[in-house]
Design a protein around this ligand. Structure first.
Ligand code: HEM
Length: 241
């Protein structure tokens, strides 16, 4: 069997799929909470049907809030059991090389939409600059989901408390919380569509998809897709663990 390199440990894999499941449930219940026909993405039939199913809008809100708190607890658990992995992840996604990573991003977008011809015509090599543990596309989505996740959690807690303890004086802050909650979900969701396409549908990323279950990628995938990471780990026996 080809040599394998470790990409994710079990807690990374768990938190990823736990997060994906929570996102799905939060979206399904959250969209059902919208009661404004002017902005309702699926028309008012969906919220009405979902509310009827769970015995009313009040119950749906409680379900949404419980899933939201379970989601936050999941991340607190992950930070506690894998602080090193969390730090490694944050460092990898927020450290960007302006020249290498931006060139990768520009070229990748041209290659995916128009192919190599326009680059060649401009005298630019279509070869992508080597990438580290994450490529710039993965970094951009991960940055949006971390920042978006924090905004969603903080604004969610503000809205939760507004029902229980806040008075009239907090109307301004609660309105901002509602607006930012929507914007953050929209931004992460837009990235998520690309993320799911790249991670689960695009055939060249198939070994990366498998690694989200097994934790490992084969050597040629590591070398080709994450050259800078491969150079660092290729001689470290630990990487095969
Ligand atoms: C059906 C849903 C999903 C699928 C199939 C999927 C698939 C994957 C795969 C295969 C990877 C590993 C990439 C690698 O390490 O090479 C990954 C990483 C990641 N996923 Fe997901 N994912 C899904 C949902 C989500 C959701 C809902 C979020 C957050 C809102 C998310 C956030 C991330 C992040 C931050 C990473 C690390 C950076 C990256 O590779 O983009 N994923 N995902």
């Amino acid at each position: 069997m080809a040599r394998q390199f470790k990409r994710h440990d079990r807690s990374d894999i768990f938190i990823h799929w736990f997060n994906a499941a929570c996102w799905l449930l939060l979206l399904v219940t959250g969209i059902g909470l919208i009661s404004n026909p002017a902005i309702d993405p699926f028309g008012s039939g969906y919220p009405a049907a979902l509310r009827a199913m769970v015995g009313g809008g009040g119950n749906l809100l409680v379900i949404h809030e419980v899933i939201g708190f379970v989601w936050m607890l999941g991340f607190i658990w992950y930070l506690a059991v894998n602080a090193r992995g969390s730090l490694f992840f944050l460092k990898e996604i927020f450290i960007v090389s302006p020249t290498r990573d931006m060139a990768w991003m520009m070229k990748k977008m041209v290659l995916m939409t128009l192919g190599p011809k326009p680059l060649k015509m401009m005298g630019v090599s279509p070869e992508l600059p080597p990438q580290g543990f994450y490529n710039m596309g993965q970094k951009a989505f991960a940055q949006a989901s971390v920042a978006g996740g924090v905004v969603i959690a903080v604004t969610g807690v503000i809205m939760f408390l507004s029902d229980k303890t806040f008075g009239q004086e907090a109307v301004g802050i609660v309105s901002w919380a509602v607006t930012l909650h929507f914007i953050a979900v929209g931004v992460v969701f837009a990235g998520l569509l690309v993320h799911i396409y790249m991670a689960a549908i695009s055939p060249e990323e198939r070994p990366g998809f498998r690694s989200m279950f097994t934790g490992h990628v084969p050597e040629d995938y590591a070398r080709h897709h994450h050259g800078l990471w491969y150079e660092k780990v290729k001689t470290a026996p630990k990487s095969e663990g």
